[in-house]
Design a binder for this molecule. Structure first.
Ligand SMILES: C[S@@+](CC[C@H](N)C(=O)[O-])C[C@H]1O[C@@H](n2cnc3c(N)ncnc32)[C@H](O)[C@@H]1O
Length: 300
């Protein structure tokens, strides 16, 4: 696997250097120090979103008109389309917090989230590109995959009218996420095989709303695209939204949304049903195309 640091300055990939190697980072998951495929350790999985993905996400999620949060923000690549004043993030690696230009909480999402949840903050834009393949611990002490927990926590801070996006490994998404209740609000999925330069891992960019805003059980729209095509897919994503979700007025603020994000009304819960609406890749897809087995080379 190519060392991503040549493409995204600051991104350490799976390398545990600098502030990526602290008591806190090692304690954040039993997988951080665990070897994986050709890698010496899974590390913190610092693979940063390319500008093409950030552009699409910014345009669909109304960058410039609302506050946005990234629960594992890295250097802030996925928040790049929002003005600085509107960017919020949580990040465990102090080097990334220092490199990023966003309002940051430095810490382990698993430890920070209960406090964030208590404040009942609601963001109109929630962007997620978490470590794909780490074992994390949920609020009840149960082991859970990091992608699924990030999505669950993302929904926990999503405003009623808000939009979200989750970047994930395609096979993991199909295997472990798509049929979960958390994924019921997913309305459009773009499968992208060259999303992360130098990483052989088919990924998905999945757009979602809060599950209860889905207006029908139609599976999400699903298509493939090359990374370079992503900025041109705004209309496709918006059409998929219109066909599957309740209308949500776009945020209208022309000025940066200074100040705290909105507070959500208490009492909203995730559905308990396990019916899946997020769909799966069309039948007959290979389980994995990565030479390193399920989950891909980076086992994200
Ligand atoms: C795949 S990168 C994505 C960064 C950014 N969201 C983007 O799209 O460019 C995942 C980030 O999560 C951070 N991370 C890993 N474990 C974490 C944890 N337990 N709490 C908070 N951040 C974590 C890593 O340091 C890394 O910067």
């Amino acid at each position: 696997m190519t060392d991503l640091t040549t493409h995204a300055p600051g991104a350490k990939g799976s390398r545990l250097t600098g502030a990526a190697l602290t008591r806190e980072t090692v304690a954040s998951s039993p997988d951080v120090l665990r070897p994986s495929g050709l890698l010496a350790a899974k590390g913190l999985q610092q693979f940063y979103s390319p500008p093409e993905a950030a552009e699409l996400v910014g345009r669909v999620l109304h960058a410039g008109h609302c506050n946005a949060v990234d629960l594992t923000a890295g250097d802030g690549a996925l928040l790049a389309q929002w003005p600085r004043e509107q960017r919020y993030g949580i990040e465990i690696d102090a080097d990334q917090v220092a490199a990023g230009d966003y309002h940051a909480i430095h810490g382990d999402l698993q430890r920070v989230y209960p406090l964030v949840r208590l404040t009942r903050l609601g963001f109109r834009a929630v962007v997620l590109n978490p470590p794909f393949g780490l074992t994390w611990t949920d609020i009840h002490g149960k082991s859970i995959n990091s992608t699924l927990l990030a999505l669950r926590y993302g929904l926990g801070v999503l405003d009623e009218r808000g939009h979200g996006v989750l970047i994930a490994g395609r096979d993991r998404f199909a295997r472990e996420i798509a049929d979960q209740p958390e994924a019921r609000g997913v309305y459009a999925v773009i499968e992208c095989h060259d999303l992360f330069e130098g990483v052989e891992l088919p990924c998905v960019v999945a757009f979602f709303r809060a599950p209860h805003t889905r207006s029908n059980d139609t599976p999400p729209a699903w298509r493939t695209a090359a990374r370079a095509e992503l900025p041109g897919l705004v209309r496709w994503v918006n059409d998929a939204h219109g066909e599957r979700c309740d209308y949500a007025p776009a945020p209208t603020s022309r000025r940066p949304a200074y100040g705290p994000p909105t507070r959500r009304a208490p009492g909203r819960r995730l559905p308990t049903s396990t019916r899946g609406a997020a769909g799966s890749p069309p039948r007959g897809r290979p389980a994995t195309t990565s030479p390193c087995g399920p989950g891909g080379c980076a086992s994200r």
